[in-house]
Design a protein around this ligand. Structure first.
Ligand code: TYD
Ligand code: MG
Length: 452
C-alpha cells in the first residue's frame, strides 16, 4: 500500500511546511496553516511519466521570434472582450473570481450559449437540470453547448477527448478533484494540482479554459494567491448583491491591459451589457440636492461620469466619524485635512460620509475635486448645479493639479449635456471650439468663489 504522507499548507499564500506552526513564516498570516494528505508515491510516478514526454525548448534570438499578434476569439460580449483585451487568446487560462451568488455561473453560461463555438460547460456545483433551468431563464438558444457534471479531472479530460470542444468552462476549481492527490476537493494541494493539469491541457491543446473560483470573506480568491500566479488572466466579478450592477475587472492579464472594466446589469433573464455606464451612474433625479457633485473619471480607456455624494453633519460623539463607500478612506482624511489647513474650513468636529453611487469603487485621483465640491456643498448646504462636472487632483498644498487624458473627459461631459467643466489651469487641453464652458482653477479658494 502506498504510504500516506501529510504536509502543512498555508491557506493564504500556499507555502508548504513540514510541521504545523501558528504563523506562516512566508506571508506572516496567523492560523492559516492546515494539514493536508498527499500521496507522494503516485505523484512521483506521474511526474516521471510527464518528464519523458516533455519537449526541450531552445533559446531563440529575440529578433527572430515572430511578432505576429495573438489570434483572438471574439466572445460576442463586448464588455468581456474589452476586459480580456480583445477576445479570448487560444490556450489561455482565465480565472473568474467572485463572491458566491454574484453571478459568475450566469455570466459564463450566458457566454457559452452566445458563442458560435463548441463549448463544454463542466459543473461540479449544479446538476444538469439546474443548469438547464438557468439556461432557460437566460433564454439563449445554442446547439453547440455541452454540459457535463463531473468533478474528477481525469474523467473530464476523457470526455474532452471525445467531444473536442473549442472552449472549456469549469465551474468551479474548488470542486475539482484529481486522482493523483489524496486530499479533499477544495484543499490547497488539490487546487494546485487540478490547475496545473488544466494549464498543461490548455497549453498543449490550444483550447482556452475559463475557471470559476470562489472568493473568501476578505476578498481573496479562495485557495490562494498561487492560483493567481499560475493562470494567464484573473478577472474579478464584483458588485453589491443588493444592487443590479455588476463590474467585471481584470486584476491580471498577460494579454492585455488590467485597467479595463466591464459593466453589467443583472436582470431576471440574465446579465445585460451596459454600454453607456455614465447614464446609469448619474441619478435621474431632477431636483438639485446639496452634497452632490459629478466627477469625470476614467476606467481603463473609457470615460465615465459618476455621482459623488457627501454628508457633513455635526458629530454627536467626541470623535467624529469618517466613512466612505467606493472611495479610499485615507484619501478622504487627507482631503479633509487640506480643506481645514489650506482653505480654512472647520471640519474637525464634523462627521463626514462619502458615497460613490452605483456600488462602484474608484481609484482615479481625478475625482478629488468632485469629492471636495460635494463636501463643501453639504457643509454649506448649497446645491451645485447638475450641469457642472469636475476633474482634477488635489495636492497637499491645496493646489489643483492636472489629470491625464483631459480631452477625453471633456468630450464625454459635453456628450452627456454638461455645460460647465471645472479643472486645473495647468492642464494641457488641445480641444478647440468646445460648447462646454471650461473653468480653469488653481486653488480651492477659486472653486469656492465659483460655486458658492
Ligand atoms: P449565480 O450565477 O448562480 O452566482 P455564482 O455562480 O456567482 O454563485 O447567480 C446567482 C444570482 O443571480 C441569484 O441570486 C439569482 C440571480 N439571477 C438573476 O437575477 N437573473 C438571472 O437571469 C439569473 C440566471 C440569476
Ligand atoms: Mg455558481
Amino acid at each position: 500500500m502506498a504510504k500516506v504522507k501529510t504536509t502543512f499548507f498555508c491557506q493564504n499564500c500556499g507555502s508548504q511546511f513540514a510541521k504545523w506552526q501558528g504563523q506562516c513564516s512566508s506571508c506572516k498570516q496567523w492560523n492559516t496553516i492546515v494539514e493536508e494528505v498527499i500521496q507522494k508515491e503516485v505523484k512521483a510516478n506521474w511526474q516521471k511519466q510527464e518528464k519523458s514526454v516533455s519537449r526541450v525548448s531552445k533559446p531563440t534570438l529575440i529578433h527572430e521570434i515572430s511578432s505576429e499578434t495573438e489570434k483572438r476569439l471574439p466572445t460576442s460580449d463586448s464588455e468581456l472582450d474589452r476586459v480580456l483585451g480583445g477576445g479570448i487568446v487560444p490556450g489561455s487560462l482565465i480565472l473568474l473570481g467572485g463572491e458566491p451568488g454574484i453571478g459568475k455561473s450566469t455570466l459564463l453560461l450566458q457566454i457559452s450559449l452566445k458563442l458560435p463555438y463548441k463549448t463544454l460547460y463542466v459543473s461540479g456545483e449544479e446538476s444538469q437540470k439546474q443548469i438547464k433551468m438557468r439556461a432557460e431563464r437566460i433564454s439563449q438558444k445554442n446547439s453547440n453547448c455541452l454540459v457535463l457534471t463531473e468533478t474528477k479531472t481525469q474523467n473530464i479530460f476523457k470526455q474532452i477527448a471525445e467531444v473536442e470542444p473549442d472552449i472549456l468552462v469549469i465551474d468551479s476549481i474548488q470542486t475539482l478533484h484529481s486522482d493523483y492527490i489524496e486530499s479533499s476537493a477544495g484543499s490547497i494541494s488539490q487546487i494546485r494540482e487540478c490547475t496545473t493539469e488544466l494549464i498543461k491541457f490548455a497549453k498543449e491543446s490550444g483550447i482556452p479554459v475559463f475557471l470559476i473560483g470562489h472568493i473568501t470573506k476578505d476578498g481573496n480568491i479562495a485557495g490562494p494567491k498561487i492560483l493567481e500566479h499560475m493562470v494567464d488572466t484573473v478577472l474579478q466579478f464584483e458588485g453589491d448583491r443588493n444592487h443590479v450592477y455588476r463590474i467585471l475587472r481584470s486584476l491580471k492579464n498577460r494579454f492585455g491591459s488590467t485597467s479595463e472594466l466591464g459593466i453589467y446589469e443583472m436582470l431576471s433573464d440574465g446579465l445585460r451589457e451596459v454600454s453607456n455606464p455614465s447614464e446609469i451612474l448619474i441619478s435621474k433625479n431632477a431636483d438639485e440636492l446639496s452634497g452632490t457633485a459629478i466627477a469625470a473619471t476614467l476606467e481603463g480607456a473609457r470615460p465615465l461620469m459618476i455621482e459623488i455624494q457627501a454628508l457633513v453633519s455635526t458629530a454627536v460623539y467626541g470623535t467624529p466619524q469618517r466613512s466612505t463607500t467606493g472611495y479610499n478612506a485615507k484619501r478622504l482624511n487627507m482631503l479633509l485635512a487640506v480643506l481645514e489647513k489650506r482653505a480654512g474650513f472647520k471640519l474637525a468636529a464634523k462627521d463626514v460620509f462619502l458615497n460613490i453611487t452605483g456600488g462602484i469603487s474608484i481609484d482615479d485621483t481625478a475625482i478629488d475635486l468632485a469629492v471636495i465640491a460635494a463636501i463643501l456643498s453639504s457643509n454649506e448646504d448649497e446645491e451645485i448645479s447638475k450641469t457642472n462636472c469636475f476633474a482634477a487632483e488635489i495636492g497637499l498644498a491645496g493646489e489643483i493639479r492636472p489629470v491625464n487624458r483631459i480631452d477625453q473627459r471633456i468630450l464625454e461631459a459635453e456628450k452627456l449635456g454638461f455645460t460647465t467643466f471645472f479643472t486645473s489651469k495647468h492642464n494641457k487641453i488641445s480641444l478647440k471650439n468646445t460648447k462646454i464652458k471650461i473653468v480653469l482653477i488653481s486653488r480651492i479658494e477659486d472653486l469656492v468663489s465659483h460655486l458658492f
